[in-house]
Design a protein around this ligand. Structure first.
Ligand code: PEP
Length: 251
């Protein structure tokens, strides 16, 4: 059975003390019988500390928000997958639309990054999703298919088991506009069907597909009740412990 996952993407928010207080709050508010896999993606700067704070807590781990496409060397300011692994993180978020847009990350570059992540025994949360113009022009399915196939479909069945997909329509990220449950479910089912065609039923049924885009406590239950929505990648609401914990318990 696939995992229910809620991941918090802090983006470039919170200083060290605010971030560590948020982790303490989240951990103290999670119920003792928490069944959801919870992932916290802070800035690289606090990644080690956050990972250590979570290390004794069942089902809670840390992720980085990105990694370098290079193994090591003269890449000033970059952070390698090996550095991330050495900080006890377990996941790397790749291909967030903000990185695709602001840092011109291509499907090809992300394919290389996936290789770095796997070379260091980490897992990937792979983001995909269309712009409003692409949706209005009816090209969103083709777009999402190319994002996934060009960055991930070189992977073997065994490797693919370490992929989590996050469908994040760009028009819903940070806008307060959430995709309707139907809109989200249709795309999630489309993605799962892509996986059936490429990797077969077992992999497709075992892959967690998260929804991201203005997910809040007041819409998470309905979104997560959909057949192919296995949780969320949460931006803004992950900065508030009460909201984030409520979303983690929305299954
Ligand atoms: C995100 O950045 O991944 C995201 C989903 O943001 P928000 O929840 O703020 O829309």
């Amino acid at each position: 059975m696939r995992k229910n996952i809620v991941a918090g993407n802090w983006k470039m928010n919170l200083n060290r003390s605010e971030g560590l207080t948020l982790v303490e709050d989240v951990l103290s508010k999670l119920p003792v019988d928490n069944k959801t896999h919870v992932i916290l993606a802070p800035s690289f700067v606090y990644l080690y500390k956050v990972a250590k704070m979570c290390s004794d807590i069942p089902k809670v781990v840390a992720a980085s928000q990105d990694c370098s496409a290079n193994e090591k060397g003269a890449f000033t300011g970059e952070v390698s997958a090996s550095m991330i692994a050495s900080c006890s993180a377990r996941y790397v978020v790749l291909g967030h639309s903000e990185r695709r847009t602001n840092f011109t990350e291509t499907n090809e570059l992300l394919k290389t990054k996936v290789g770095q992540v796997f070379a260091n025994d980490l897992k990937v949360i792979f983001c995909c999703g269309e712009s409003l113009a692409q949706r209005e022009n009816g090209v969103h399915f083709d777009w999402i298919k190319s994002q996934i196939s060009e960055s991930l479909f070189h992977l073997s069945v065994e490797e693919f088991k370490n992929i989590v997909i996050a469908y994040e329509p760009i028009w819903a990220i940070g806008t307060g506009v959430t995709a309707s449950t139907d809109q989200a479910q249709v795309v999630h089912a489309f993605i799962r069907n892509l996986l059936v065609e490429k990797y077969g039923n077992e992999v497709a049924e075992g892959t967690s597909i998260l929804y991201g885009g203005s997910c809040q406590p007041n819409n998470a239950i309905e979104l997560f009740s959909q057949k192919d929505i296995d949780g969320g990648l949460i931006g803004g609401a992950s900065l508030n412990a009460d909201d984030f914990v409520a979303i983690t318990q929305s299954f």
